[in-house]
Write a protein that binds this ligand. Structure first.
Ligand code: TRP
Ligand code: SF4
Length: 406
């Protein structure tokens, strides 16, 4: 159900172009996007400005990754008829909203976002004591709020960024959502609800505002949605009045936690370019075979005749992603009894990865044959994004009072 009356759920998500996509992106993000595009109004973008916050010293990586990223989104099943695909820096409204939001964002809110210090620690070889890096999650808030997105698919590590987005939206609405006379007009609208509904509305509003009772808020919203003799403007006023402030200009989005992908790297850690343990989506089959054949196994299993322990082996998580119960039982039995060798054990994984990548690579080759078609998809996505974001920005400027013309 939509939390904004009269509007369907809208999904926005972005990906940083800092290198070739790999199986971690495919299992952790893309498969999820492919599913979401069938259900929701989706916008997916290449977050090139976000990439620049960490790669400002080597921006060529970004330029080299953007086009291929979109090609592999398409090859993985993202359908431009179902989702707008665009490039963040082609939509200047993100930057404008970021600037405007920065005016109302207390610096400590940014400093206490966990990724800020974590990433500075992890990426020690980069100087991340920049204004842009501190503002990373605020730029992300602008990405989301520019479209009034209701749902944002993200991994665990990004939930704090969505929480910040919600706080910023709340603060913005509180500061700029009030219009002179709002309360009086809300009371007038309330009178039109009728005695019974009006009384219920007021009770629920009080429960929410005085005790933070979110169920009362939900009930009151449902009550409002049902009202037929109230104009849209009055309804909107009453929705806003429920939450205490005025009009909701920027609705608060929710994070849609991606079922955590267990996609392992070929060394047992999480698959990530910074660990150098990836299998890229464009990896040639012979390289895939070599990488998997040479990947480490249970270190205690030195000789073929030594029994092994799958739980101590980086190959096992691959079986968890790719193999069925029968194969997994075969692995456990064969490994712990030294009945199978490690290469034998890896073979079903190798076959599965090759089978998964083959159609993706075929489609990518096909798509790359017609770069103009890709350019068209991007420019249509860019245009749709700019149109939608401009609607929001026009409202935002007006609410702040920046819509003067001389
Ligand atoms: N920060 C996100 C990541 O690293 C990428 C991103 C940028 C994003 N803007 C966004 C994700 C907006 C969701 C919505 O994965
Ligand atoms: Fe790992 Fe398989 Fe070898 Fe066991 S048999 S150590 S699970 S690769």
């Amino acid at each position: 159900m939509s939390r904004i009356p009269g509007r369907a759920e809208r999904v926005v998500s972005g990906m940083r172009p800092t290198g070739m996509l790999h199986l971690g992106h495919y299992h952790g993000v893309l498969k999820n996007w492919v599913r979401l595009q069938q259900e929701y109004d989706c916008l997916f973008f290449v977050a090139d400005w976000h990439a620049l916050t960490t790669h400002y010293e080597e921006p060529s990586v970004i330029a080299e990754s953007v086009f291929g990223m979109i090609v592999y989104w398409l090859a993985s099943g993202i359908d431009p008829r179902n989702a707008a695909l665009f490039i963040q820096s082609h939509v200047p409204q993100h930057a404008e909203l970021h600037t405007l939001l920065s005016m109302i964002t207390p610096i400590p809110w940014l400093e206490r976002v966990p990724t800020y210090k974590d990433q500075q620690m992890t990426l020690k070889d980069r100087d991340l004591s920049t204004y842009g890096f501190l503002g990373y999650p605020l730029l992300q808030s602008a990405d989301i709020l520019a479209y009034r997105a209701t749902l944002v698919p993200v991994g665990e590590d990004q939930v704090a960024h969505i929480e910040l987005t919600r706080e910023i939206a709340r603060r913005f609405n509180h500061l700029y959502g009030r219009k002179p006379g709002f309360e009086e007009r809300a009371e007038e609208a309330l009178a039109k609800l009728g005695k019974k509904a009006g009384k219920l509305y007021q009770e629920l509003r009080a429960s929410y505002q005085e005790r933070g009772d979110v169920e009362a808020l939900a009930t009151a919203r449902a009550l409002l949605e049902k009202q037929q003799n109230v104009s849209l403007g009055d309804k909107e006023r009453l929705f806003g009045y429920l939450e205490g402030g005025g009009r909701i200009i920027l609705p608060e989005p929710q994070s849609l936690l991606t079922p955590s992908s267990k996609m392992p790297g070929i060394d047992g850690q999480k698959m990530s370019k910074s660990y150098n343990n990836t299998i890229a989506l464009n990896e040639p089959p012979d390289v895939v075979v070599r990488k998997l054949r040479t990947m480490p196994t249970d270190p205690a299993r030195v000789r073929r005749s030594d029994p092994g322990n799958p739980d101590a082996c980086p190959v096992w998580p691959f079986h968890q992603v790719y193999s069925d119960d029968k194969t997994r039982a075969w692995v456990r039995e064969g490994c712990t009894s030294a009945g199978i060798g490690c290469l034998e054990c890896k073979q079903p994984v190798i076959d599965s990865v090759l089978r998964e990548l083959a159609p993706i690579q075929e489609r990518a080759v096909e798509l790359e044959r017609d770069p103009d078609q890709i350019r068209n998809i991007i420019s249509e996505g860019d245009q749709r994004a700019r149109d939608l974001a401009e609607e929001t920005l026009a409202d935002v400027r007006r609410c702040i009072g920046l819509d003067y013309h001389y």
